[in-house]
Design a protein around this ligand. Sequence first.
Ligand SMILES: [Zn+2]
Length: 708
Amino acid sequence: MKKLLGLLVLSLSLAACTKSEKEIVYKNPPADALESFSAATCTKKNCIKIEKASLNKTFMLLVSGKSNSGAPQWLDANPAVVVFQKSGGQVGLFSVSVDAIYGADDAKELIQSFDVLDEDATSVTFDWGSGLNTLRNDESMQIEAELDPAAPKRTSVSILSSFVQKVNVTSEYIEVVQVAKVQQSAINTRKENPFDEEDKGKPNFDVTESTLNLNVQLLPYKLDPGFQAKESDASKTVGFFIAPVAKEHLGDEKKFLITKWDISPGKEPVRVFVSANTPAEYLDAVKDGILYWNKVLGFEGLKVELGGDDRTVPPVHSIMVRWIPWDDAGFAYAMGQADPLTGKFIRAQVFMTSAFAMTKGRGKRMTPVLNPMAACDFSKAFTAMEDLRPDNPVDVRIANDMLRSVVAHEIGHVMGLRHNFAGSASTSLTGLDVLGLVKNYLLDAAHAGALTATTVMDYITGQEEVLLGSYIRNNPLPYDQTALQWAYSTDDKILETSTAKYCSDEDLIISGSRDKVVIYDCQQFDATGGPFAALLNTHLRLRNTILSRKLDDVLAKVFPAETPGFINSLDRVLNENHGVLSLDGLKTQIGYYKKKDGVVSLDKWRNDIQRGFKTDSDPVLDLNLKADLEQVGGMNGVKQYLTPAAGWTDADLQKVLTAINTGKGVIKGRAYVLAPEQKARLIQYFTDEAQYLQTQLQKELDELFQGL
Ligand SMILES: [Zn+2]
């Protein structure tokens, strides 16, 4: 839950050959290109004056939008290489099209035409009017895989109405700031009855409207011969976002250039602005997360600048890290704009929501209970959960380590890297190691963390995230190093020695939806070092408090906080309602041993799907399953961990009965008092429930181990 890519983005994308010397792409602007432009003064018009010498010369068009409702979201367009042309009473703005590689001079795509207002021997003045009147909404960070060939390409939104706030001509760019009312249409499937599973729904044409603050910039564009474009890795050892570029003489075929910065040694580092509203207590963690990538690169590729002005778009060759005060967002996201001809990043943005700093009570919830990891009771160090802001040293440390890791992940995206969900399965730690490390981490303020994933680009669980967040203060991760060393060198041999595996979103989508299989070593939020220890730990932790949690649940339903005057019937709430034993994950895992249906190793997946090299056996999966099981003492060990001591509900039941007899308290902010008959009913229910759960657990465990 870290990013939202593919929001409304507009794109005027094009693809053309980088090697060809076709004049359309290489009609370089004059040295004084921007001096040849001016925002001319004319009454009642938005004028731009262009020297005739700048017509038919290439410019980069950069468009960013900021939504104007709710929590603002920035929307970055795919950049485009454009030219101005004049004919008669019009100036046309064209993007250089795919077909330009065939050398046809008119092979350009019209973006928009503008009326000429005035003309002399050397210049043309035209009316920018109300600015751009359409936006393309293609993805700005693209991938090689085409998941839905039927999906429409080059979709567009209309600008219904527009208000040009200003036109600037600076020494670096022409800038138009425009408020735009945009209209989007989409065909959605609507059911007559939304709850009817039989109803497949009918297509409905929906039109929606919103307002965007658009920033449109035009920069003189000249292909930089010093930049080393790089084709993406066909072996799928590392994964980058790409710019699809037409292959010379091959019609529609594309080659994929990775997105990367021009930071080879000797070049200026990328400026990374940290927005001025970033809380002071988290600045160091945010900075660390950014500068982690210098450790990975082995040179200064990024340079942090604090107090960034977050009202504007980031300048060229920079990244803006924006702090979004949104405590319950649960995600962060990133977007970058790259040269469509080379993949060279021009500018990028990272959006950090404050949610990742909301860690109150986390330390307590992370404490492992699985033997031999003795339970450490931190409960005395924690106060009531009034809000989510950390207020004790452990939770503050967790907040900082988590932020460092999430910032590093988001910056990783704008370094061009895609997700790698095999990261947590590529380490040498065992699940038991991780539980031990978590325990030590919670006790030791100077804990160095641990390599719980080979990359910051995986999605990992909270406890592993903080261990990793602490570890990356001093250590680059192996996959990240392989990927960036490869990206910034001409040597592909780096990939041959890589031990870290790679798999990404489309692997999960295709395996899960089409083939209905789980890739064992490519999962989101899977436990580092094998699933058993984590699954056992979770089950045991939840089992110890199953009755207490049930009582809280029942009380919250009988005395709902959202309707303070209302008291629900206790009988209605208790009827046929039992505590949950949380054995689902273990059932799935043990199912893989009973029958290897629905699970494959990443190796087999790559062979079968990517290389079309089908095999029946899956030796890597066999090895993984065996190793994971051996860690917890084989199936006998699992049985031992899971087999409860007689009367395992007693301690919890005692707590619950005490609470019921006390008869009053606060549940989710609402004070409650139990009537004598409610007390009696609850005592009876929980006494029975303890008995029921003991019987039920035994029954489920018998089923689980049947045939093993
Ligand atoms: Zn991500």
